[in-house]
Design a protein around this ligand. Sequence first.
Ligand SMILES: *Cc1c(COP(=O)(O)O)cnc(C)c1O
Length: 387
Amino acid sequence: MRETFLPFAKPDISEEAIADVADSLRSGWITTGPKALKFEKSFGEYLGVPYALAVNSATAGLHLSLLAFGIGPGDEVITTPMTFAATANTVILTGARPVLADIDPVTFNIRPELVKKALTPRTKALIPVHFAGRPCEMEALEEIAEKNGLVIIEDAAHALGASRRGRPIGSPARQRQAAVFSFHPTKNITTGEGGMVCTACEDAAERVSVLRQHGMSKGAWNRYAATGTPHYDLLFPGLKYNMLDIQAAIGNDQLTRLASFNARRREIVNMYRKGLEGLPGLALPPEPAQGDVHSWHILTPLIDIDYLGFSRDEFMARMRELNIGTALHYQALHLFSYYGREYGWKRGDFPGAEFVSDRIVSIPLFPAMTNGDVADVIEAIRRVCGR
Ligand SMILES: *Cc1c(COP(=O)(O)O)cnc(C)c1O
């Protein structure tokens, strides 16, 4: 057994990033400024998207994107039950109503044919989630959106570096569309906390930019920098969702390392396949569709609870005893008490998500893992599965 605890995820911050954070701290300019602008520029260029707007979390980015496209009271927004709470919460905070469409229990992504069934005259937007970094069936969802005049906000928190049929996730084909990334410490790159809104829509980009900074027509950098003017107008009642230069300093360095991070993630997934494929008691998720790139943000096997005779939670506890960390992404949204009370959602409503929610577990996957770490996880899983 391992001597030390292996977490399921851990950020990898370089000395260069640490030095650049110190540079910001010493410079006298620590909030949004040149480093945030640079991060937006390189991020937009990397994806080939016209507008990339840095914010202080993906949650903020989802909220702003919904507001920027005019989603609000009386509207319905269709999303997946297999996601983090922020996806639905931000819909609720605009005054709109979240509506769920069930997932495919193999890909864990929303099923376009069930999105069609969930449409009503009040439907205004779709929020697909590229679960674990596996691209959703975007062309089917985009066709539904086109036919019904819907906005698409992609929750791309898991999907930095992923692509669908040659198109990078985060470079939307449509105007009424945005994609939102997260830089939380467990994500493919981190800024501590942070997020990015990507869109080809100039009007939405302008609104996100203004709304993230109180609704003011100019950001602080423009007002206080040597060349700035002190005046601003107040265009809308906005929020305070801007990204600090301290965060962007980390992000600028992380972005240069994304390709090698994701290549290492891919390598680790291959090692897990070799060590675990065919093991009774646990099923690894399939490879992405032909022509798609998966970003392997998390690796989420399903536990065969009937074969093992114990629950997923028990599986996690036994892994913990062997000094291996795991995580739960996610309990299906409709099984949380708030949504049940507010929207009447209950067990039985979304069987695909429930099947996955009861069996899913995230096993350690992060670029700084050694091959020895991976071997330890494989051995621990084989022990827990009785092999
Ligand atoms: C991490 C995550 C979020 C929230 O990201 P933050 O940057 O922590 O706000 C939203 N949706 C999904 C699917 C996530 O995994």
